[in-house]
Design a protein around this ligand. Structure first.
Ligand SMILES: NC(=O)N[C@@H](CC(=O)O)C(=O)O
Ligand SMILES: [Zn+2]
Length: 405
């Protein structure tokens, strides 16, 4: 089958011609890859399923997502990661690459069967206790040593739990005014400092999840200057939103790590621009109405991200299409070891691609999202730029802004 997408022609799932003369107003990007997605299946299918999350991802321009391990049961065995991987194949809308837990049950005490997950049909290469920090430095060291053998990576949720007990939002003036317990920047930075040193010592790959402070950017810049194998991600929400949004106690803005200050937002954008931060990852964290639309103190942290990510990145970083292709496709594919994704749009490459209309304006309606949850911080906001179409190995998963399945 031959498909013509303006300047790009696809045949049998492969890009066979690129004709720059035919370039129209739409932007073609390599299919986006998300390094940090919470799909909630198994266990919380009321909040999201592999299929609903895959549909949200495709609508956001993604062709692959890495599914975080904090499901129920936890993805800490070959059986569970294979289940998630198989569900992704059945949904067939994006490639779902499971992330395995670092420790049994995310308990932080005993290493999970990393090797068995790596050898499973799901071929796990990224391991994370996300939602929890791997707190014990000895265990963290062992995990780094273990995954080094097969070029795996430990993705750390950097949060020193002894400094965040009872924390509800960023520590600072706003928290003091609202009477909410603060989550200080140092809780993130202390773990990053420790772990880049460990990664340097072991010579293994470390990835820092959802970096949120200016100090973290500095530490990662320093670690990279040493030549240590450290990568980092930033979320679209940390590139745009600040702690001030908490003033009305609307729990949609409660997220972990918390929204920080304007100075942090600017430092994160600079860090992404100068390559200190490698990629943008959504941390798509769907939560049910009961878990989210309640008092701030009881609401679960986390916000949706997949369907709005590209528009938010363009809004915050500008229409730097080559850089965006790197931040949202090539870099995350490389970190996750996804050989079939992240390729530049070139003749002969597999046709995983996203067609984006940079001028389309749309208003975010939480009830119209493909996600089973509604906890988007952009509800009612007018965004500029929308995914028109997404192709997975040459097959459309989204056409005219609608999922094909
Ligand atoms: N980001 C969040 O606030 N929540 C995530 C866990 C996480 O990414 O830390 C979740 O699973 O809901
Ligand atoms: Zn996390």
């Amino acid at each position: 089958m031959i498909t013509n997408l303006g300047e790009i022609t696809i045949e049998d799932g492969v890009i066979v011609r690129i004709d720059p003369d035919k370039k129209g107003p739409l932007v073609a990007l390599p299919g986006l890859v998300d390094l940090h997605t919470h799909l909630r299946e198994p266990g919380r299918e009321d909040a999201e399923t592999v299929e609903s999350g895959s549909r949200a991802a495709a609508l956001g321009g993604y062709t692959a997502v890495c599914a975080m391990a904090n499901t129920s049961p936890v993805a800490d065995t070959a059986g569970v990661v294979e289940q998630v991987w198989r569900l992704g194949r059945e949904a067939g809308l994006v490639d779902v690459q499971p992330i395995g837990a670092v420790t049994v049950g995310l308990g932080g005490e005993q290493l999970a069967e990393l090797g068995a997950m790596a050898d499973s049909a799901a071929r796990v290469r990224v391991f994370s206790d996300d939602g929890h920090c791997v707190h014990d430095p000895r265990l963290m060291r062992r995990a780094l040593e273990y995954v080094k053998a097969f070029d795996g990576v430990i993705a750390q949720h950097a949060e020193e739990p002894r400094l965040t007990t009872g924390a509800q939002m960023n520590e600072g003036d706003v928290a003091a005014r609202l009477g909410l317990t603060g989550w200080p920047a140092v809780a993130e930075e202390a773990i990053i400092a420790r772990d880049v040193l460990l990664a340097g010592h072991v010579g293994a790959r470390l990835h820092i999840c959802h970096v949120s402070t200016a100090g973290s950017v500095e530490l990662i810049r320093w670690a990279k200057s040493k030549g240590w194998r450290v990568t980092a991600e930033v979320t679209p929400h940390h590139l745009l939103l600040t702690e001030d949004l908490a003033v009305d106690y609307d729990p949609v803005y409660k997220v972990n790590p918390p929204l920080r200050t304007e100075a942090d937002v600017l430092a994160l954008r600079r860090g992404l621009q100068d390559g200190t931060i490698d990629c943008v990852a959504t941390d798509h964290a769907p939560h049910s109405v009961e878990d989210k639309e309640c008092e701030w103190a009881y609401a679960r942290p986390g916000m949706l991200g997949l369907e709005t990510a590209l528009a938010i990145v363009v809004q915050t970083m500008g229409p730097q299409w080559d850089r965006i292709a790197d931040w949202m496709s090539a870099a995350p594919a490389k970190i996750a070891g996804l050989a079939g994704h992240g390729h530049p749009l070139q003749v002969g490459q597999v046709a995983n691609l996203t067609i984006f209309d940079p001028d389309a304006r749309w208003t975010v309606d939480p009830t119209a999202l493909a996600s089973r949850s509604r906890n988007t911080p952009y509800a009612g906001m007018e965004l500029r730029g929308r995914v028109e179409a997404t192709y997975l190995r040459g097959e459309p998963t989204v056409l005219n802004g609608k999922a094909t399945r």
